[in-house]
Design a protein around this ligand. Structure first.
Ligand SMILES: [Fe+2]
Ligand SMILES: [Fe+2]
Length: 337
């Protein structure tokens, strides 16, 4: 007869244990509320409400996935960059994005989810990431438009996150933002060079800006009245400004910079509202946004498939690293013995 595994049923907590747990929760909540009121920081070992942990895990893991998937549209152009200098810059930039993904996966791990689980969700097509990376990069000028608009929007979004109430997230953002500002400048510089080149090059730059402008504006998320999680994230000092507020600031920045580029924004309704003191823009296609987010954008399937392939191709590296670590720890034990 096959041996049956003994199933240990955990004993129900005693009334004393329940009372002690309730007391810990009450103390933890009081500390958490104090930290929020002082605009200070929560660290991994601190007590935190389950919903706060869940919100952060969702946001940080989505952010990490966006960095990793975001490598793809640009990586496609490394081998086709027009010069050695451009190739070197683009390679460094794509490598930075991999680093951003790693800081963020590490920050998410401090909340109790393993990187393997996050990666499994991504390659199973179950995890979300920024919808912008599901658009194709058609020409070299797209490298300029992505750096200028996509990394530019990322900076607007992420600078306030340097002050996020969760310590590991805020600290990761400080380094990420420094690198993002280099990314934006390199994009701007690509567009500037094309804009000052031949008529065909200038047209290529304008075409890329035309295609990336609206998706970049949608990176800030849905309008405030359709963004149910924003209010709570702002109460928890994770998010500092609303989606529409950040989008308006971004439009203002782009209006100035596009003049220097000698190009135009594909939006005739951009204007500064003197009463509200805010920049306004034309309507955005939120149906398209929802479609892309739901997995029906131009490149969703291709992006996830490529990520899955890269993960499979990297299996030997993970195995070799694990074998090396095991060998090192065995050696260490020998020395101690
Ligand atoms: Fe990044
Ligand atoms: Fe970037």
């Amino acid at each position: 007869m096959a041996a049956q595994k003994l199933q240990l049923v955990p004993a129900a907590p005693s009334p004393e244990e329940l009372a002690a747990a309730a007391e810990r929760d009450a103390e933890g909540q009081a500390n958490f509320d104090r930290v929020m009121a002082q605009d200070s920081r929560i660290e991994p070992r601190d007590w935190m409400p389950a919903a706060y942990r869940k919100t952060l895990l969702r946001q940080i893991s989505q952010h990490a996935h966006s960095e990793i998937i975001g490598m793809q549209p640009e990586a496609n152009w490394i081998s086709r960059a027009p010069s050695l200098k451009r190739k070197g810059i683009l390679m460094a930039k794509v490598q930075d994005e991999a680093g951003h993904g790693l800081y963020l996966y590490s920050a998410a791990e401090t909340l109790g989810q393993s990187r393997d689980d996050m990666m499994d969700a991504l390659i199973a097509g179950k995890a979300r990431y920024s919808s912008i990376f599901n658009y194709p990069a058609r020409t070299w000028a797209d490298m300029g438009a992505i750096g200028w608009l996509v990394d530019g929007a990322a900076i607007c979004n992420q600078v306030p996150l340097c002050r996020a109430s969760y310590g590991p997230y805020g600290r990761a953002m400080v380094r990420v933002c420094k690198e993002e500002s280099f990314h934006q400048r390199q994009g701007f510089e690509i567009l500037l060079e094309l804009s000052n080149g031949t008529a065909a090059q200038k047209q290529m730059a304008q075409d890329a800006v035309n295609r990336w402008y609206a998706p970049a504006l949608m990176m800030f998320g849905p309008p405030d009245d359709d963004s149910p999680n924003s209010r709570q994230s702002m109460a928890w000092n994770i998010k500092r400004f609303s989606n529409d507020e950040l989008r308006s600031r971004f439009v203002g920045m782009m209006v100035e910079q596009v003049r220097v580029l000698g190009l135009t924004l594909p939006d005739e309704q951009v204007r500064f509202n003197d009463e509200t003191k805010k920049w306004e823009h034309g309507p955005l296609d939120w149906n398209e946004f929802k479609e892309v987010l739901a997995g029906r954008g131009p490149c969703n399937a291709q992006r996830v498939e490529r990520r899955r392939q890269a993960h499979d191709d990297g299996a030997w590296v993970r195995e070799a690293a694990a074998a090396y670590a095991a060998k090192q720890s065995a050696k260490q034990k020998e020395v101690v013995a």
